[in-house]
Design a protein around this ligand. Structure first.
Ligand code: MN
Length: 528
């Protein structure tokens, strides 16, 4: 971990000093100009904490410098809330700071508006109805927009304690549902983790504390044992002449929470609470390390993963293996080069690094395929579509579903809150995602205003209303009507509580219900 979790408070002078080593002198002058302008326009505005508003854009800019973003992004970070929240106009901004900065600030403003469900983008997009598409288009213009938005969201989460409880929950949930997956999609592993940890600590503070304690107890026991393994590996690699670095990596609280849902809450089934990370210089060395480890310990064959030969869709690369030591300890290893490590932490932001400003300029001029790794071509694709849309070209709806979120869909509550679900999710998955009590008392659903059966999957952009009744209770048959691990785990716990899972009559009920549903659902099958 290279950065502190919380952005520190910076004054204008501190921020300029922070920036100086990384940017040209004229760029720092421009930054100073932007800070003065933002300070003037935000004058008199206060954050919920009572502090002057300007600390927020300065914190966002600090983060963008830490992420190694180019100067235009940093300046846009300073100015990101001026057009939306002050008297500053986009025209004025453009005349003072140029087209690129104005373009970025405009993009950030539009992302907020798309989220708020406003119609501003409709002029470009007569043929797309849903907010998600608008969001995608706003991002598609320039991926730096979303990186600035992530820095903005991170600071809002870091200062969330000042918000009223209801707002906290809303922001935290939206962060988990929309912004963390977005960071993940851009390969920004560290940012994703920071967003998840903060958001989860607000969404379920009791569970967060509980898992934190559990983790602490567990780690105390295993750290010493792991230390022995680490020394052993260190010696073996040195003996074989492989230059390396070994670090311990502790699982994040949120990923522990997600994993526990999968293994029915049994922490003994989780092998990677703590993993060892071996960082080497070359790809060849990664495979050599794998061989050396497998000669030392017994590999658990099913757990070997080669993300170097086949990177994850977001560009993540590493070798993963889990081994059994002679002391019967199960240890996970992640093996990667320094370059892969840098990418795993910083993702796409790494390609805007100040050392590579030239290539980031090429990128914005549309030569992105020259600098974007091949697995990032979806960004190029997105930009091409955005360009076509802006020029008024007709685009079939199917082409708009760019794989930004993999096979995820977005649905809305009647209040307009966005929820992110896997494709094929049922209405009950939605109710359990909103709250396990709402899941439990689900009686019926209204989707886009019409009654919607339990067994019909939701579609992207649906507005879902859960009809609850106090008397409604979870049924064993519901297990067939959820696909998310979250809903399944909550439902199973509820069923176990009322003793509904083991009962034979219920099993018979499932079969009966299934046959009935098969017959009944034919007529309701969507035409697609
Ligand atoms: Mn902001």
């Amino acid at each position: 971990m290279t950065q502190s979790l919380y952005t520190r408070y910076m004054t204008k002078g501190e921020l300029l000093d922070h920036a100086r080593p990384f940017y040209e002198e004229n760029e720092v002058l421009e930054l100073e100009h932007a800070i003065d302008m933002a300070t003037k326009f935000h004058k008199g505005q206060k954050r919920k904490s009572g502090e002057p508003y300007i600390i927020h854009p300065l914190a966002v800019a600090t983060t963008l410098i830490d992420w190694g973003m180019d100067i235009d992004s940093v300046i846009a970070g300073v100015l990101h809330d001026t057009v939306e929240d002050t008297d500053m106009t986009l025209e004025e901004l453009e005349s003072k700071f140029g087209k690129d900065v104005a373009f970025l600030v405009d993009g950030v403003t539009k992302v907020s508006q798309a989220r708020a469900g406003m119609q501003d983008l409709a002029e470009y997009l007569p043929q797309t109805k849903d907010n998600l598409s608008k969001l995608l288009i706003a991002i598609g213009q320039d991926v730096r927009v979303i990186i600035i938005k992530l820095a903005d969201r991170l600071h809002n989460l870091q200062t969330l304690q000042h918000m009223p409880r209801e707002k906290q929950t809303k922001i935290a949930r939206e962060s988990l549902e929309v912004f963390a997956p977005m960071a993940d999609r851009l390969g920004m592993g560290r940012v994703r983790m920071e967003i998840e940890e903060l958001a989860f600590s607000y969404l379920d503070p009791a569970e967060f504390k509980h898992l934190q304690n559990t983790m602490r107890k567990r780690l105390g026991k295993s750290t010493r044992k792991l230390g022995i393994v680490r020394e052993e590996v260190d010696r073996a690699l040195t003996a074989q002449g492989v230059p390396h670095e070994i670090n311990g990596r502790v699982k994040s609280i949120y990923s522990l929470h997600k994993k526990l849902l999968k293994v029915d809450g049994n922490i003994d089934d989780i092998y990677d609470l703590m993993a060892l990370r071996v960082i080497v210089e070359t790809k060849e060395d990664c495979y050599r390390v794998l061989g050396i480890l497998h000669a030392l310990y017994q590999p658990m064959v099913a757990r070997i993963k080669d993300y170097i030969a086949v990177p994850k869709p977001n560009g993540y690369q590493s070798l993963h293996t889990t081994v059994l030591t002679p002391a019967k300890q199960i240890v996970e290893f992640q093996i990667r080069t320094y370059e892969m490590h840098e990418y795993a932490e910083r993702g796409l932001a790494a390609s805007f690094h100040y050392h590579e400003q030239k290539s980031s300029k090429d990128y914005t001029k549309g030569k992105k395929s020259a600098v974007l790794p091949s697995h990032m071509q979806w960004i190029t694709q997105l930009q091409e579509i955005a360009t076509k849309l802006r020029s008024g070209e007709e685009i079939p709806e199917s082409q708009l579903s760019i794989d930004l979120f993999g096979d995820r869909i977005f649905v809305y509550s009647p209040k307009g809150d966005i929820y992110n679900l896997p494709e094929g999710a049922f209405p009950l998955d939605f109710s359990y995602l909103v709250h396990s009590d709402i899941g439990k008392h689900s009686y019926g659903f209204r989707v886009n205003g019409s009654i919607h059966p339990f067994d019909k999957p939701l579609q992207n952009g649906d507005v879902v209303e859960v009809i609850t009744r106090k008397t409604a209770a979870p049924k064993a048959t519901w297990q067939e009507l959820v696909i998310t691990t979250h809903a399944r785990a909550k439902l199973r716990a509820q069923l176990r509580k009322v003793g509904a899972i083991e009962s034979i009559s219920h099993a018979a009920g499932i079969i009966r219900e299934k046959t009935r549903r098969k017959r009944g659902s034919k007529a309701e099958e969507p035409a697609s």
